[in-house]
Design a binder for this molecule. Sequence first.
Ligand code: ADP
Ligand code: MG
Length: 234
Amino acid sequence: MNEIVEARKHNRAALDEQAGKALLAQYGVAVPKTATVSGVDGVEQALKTLKLPVVVKIMSPDILHKSDAGGVKVNLKSAHEVKDAIAAMAASPKIRGARIDGYLVEEMAAPGQEIVIGGLRDPQFGPMVMVGLGGIFVEVLADVSFRICPITRLDAQDMLAELKGAAILKGARGRKPVSQEAIIDVLLKIGGEQGLLMQHANDIKEADINPLIVSESGAVAVDARFILTSGGEC
Ligand code: ADP
Ligand code: MG
């Protein structure tokens, strides 16, 4: 909410990752605990509030795909490793020329299956919500399921059941089954009657939680991006 007002005030077309996660948290979606630092100097202080291991991510309005730019380092186990990661990022060719807002240091989510939850504003139907399995399932196989908002719990269940890769969630091929309830809960918090997309239908053009990491017991949104509508009205 405030995040959207803030972004508009600064004429930004999108929420940055931190603002996006703050918006998700307001709707009850779990996000990792984070701290921000402007460089290596703040690392010790930041780690006092976080549990190791952590992830470091570049914060830049110029970099949308952080991994592609070398802007994500996971599983860092000490202040030393965090500082090395920040120094390496700051020096890397794709990051050197970008505007840098700082570095996000965040706790690692419990291991699990990566899911994508998205949203868009259809000119005809209004807010729509999407779910798919992460990685190649979305990018190569386009195995996704869409609904017009608001969705009910039954819709959310159907959306998951409809995925060709649905068996993966149930623990196919020796994987552990993940909590489908946790995914359904997040789908409702995003696409349900009181969900984020309905509540901000005039402001949000696109939403992308990529990934939501789902374990046997819960789901954490570790990356979030919201693109705002141009006007702030219909
Ligand atoms: P981008 O999509 O911009 O490249 P992400 O923030 O999605 O960057 O991070 C890239 C990948 O790193 C994620 O898909 C996920 O596999 C992993 N990752 C990121 N943050 C976390 C986290 N907090 N816990 C565990 N894994 C993470
Ligand atoms: Mg991502």
